[in-house]
Design a protein around this ligand. Sequence first.
Ligand SMILES: NC(=O)c1ccc[n+]([C@@H]2O[C@H](COP(=O)([O-])OP(=O)(O)OC[C@H]3O[C@@H](n4cnc5c(N)ncnc54)[C@H](OP(=O)(O)O)[C@@H]3O)[C@@H](O)[C@H]2O)c1
Length: 293
Amino acid sequence: MILVTGATGHVGGELVRQLAAAGEPVRAMTRRPDGARFPSGVTAVHGDAADPASLEAAFAGVDGAFLMSAQAVGTAPEPTHDLALAAAAARAEVRRVVKLSTLDGGAGDDPIARWQSTAEAAVTDPARGFAWTLLRPGRFMSNALQWAGQLAAGDEVATPFADRPAASVDPADLAEIAALALTSGEHAGAAYELSGPQSLTPTQELAILGEILGRDLRVRPVSTDAARAGMSRYGFPPEVVDAIMRRTLDGDRGSEVLPTVEKLLGRPARTFAQWARAHAGEFPRPWVAAREG
Ligand SMILES: NC(=O)c1ccc[n+]([C@@H]2O[C@H](COP(=O)([O-])OP(=O)(O)OC[C@H]3O[C@@H](n4cnc5c(N)ncnc54)[C@H](OP(=O)(O)O)[C@@H]3O)[C@@H](O)[C@H]2O)c1
């Protein structure tokens, strides 16, 4: 049995679909199993990383687990959700663990690196006895879904760092690699740095999305101060906001196209255009509503 945490999320949702299609027994963890829709044959299970006691039943009898945390960096003194998930997996004697981390993991010396280092160590600690695999992706293509609300109102999207390129990756590719690692013994002990196949700025991604949606979409630049204020409202403490700003504006880490997805999957990583075509239905089409309404 494979347990997928974050089963309603971008990576976990794809992973549940891919494992179920391959005939693997899957348990999908969510805080709201009654409201979630999963493919037939998948068992929905309640689990909340903020409530470690709730994880016991979710992990019982599981031999492989995909672990992700939605806890924002710096919103607690340490990554308590990652720690709770890894501890629950250890108590249940889970054999294979794939952890969704982030590009560079714990490398460096800022609050983000320290948080990721603790989160990864909870899985890689030899005392845990896991056959572990770390996925360390850069920016997700699915971040473009954050534009959906603004696109309901018009063709202009306010987005920070609009001219900073990143080789964003399709969560479906991450899910495919997670499925490989959970179903074969060949990826134990590997930490994979992952990107998509092209380095694009948000401005360029918006233009591609616009072509696919048949709309002339434009970026409205967001000042650095407004970007910082947005991150603070999201709950990041000032030292984490500083670290995000440094990581985004200094150097070009994250913009490099890495060969890992193609090497592991034996085919090119999916492009942003492929992602946008697959997810076009998740963006509002206000002109249709206006015509029909
Ligand atoms: N976005 C990026 O550019 C990027 C880049 C690199 C790494 N990452 C990493 O990727 C992860 C996000 O993955 P994603 O995009 O697939 O997630 P997502 O789509 O944002 O979904 C969040 C998931 O977390 C679950 N969740 C939220 N709170 C929870 C809790 N207290 N206990 C258990 N589950 C909880 C939600 O499940 P329910 O609401 O159903 O319970 C949902 O399935 C983060 O760890 C992030 O650091 C993201």
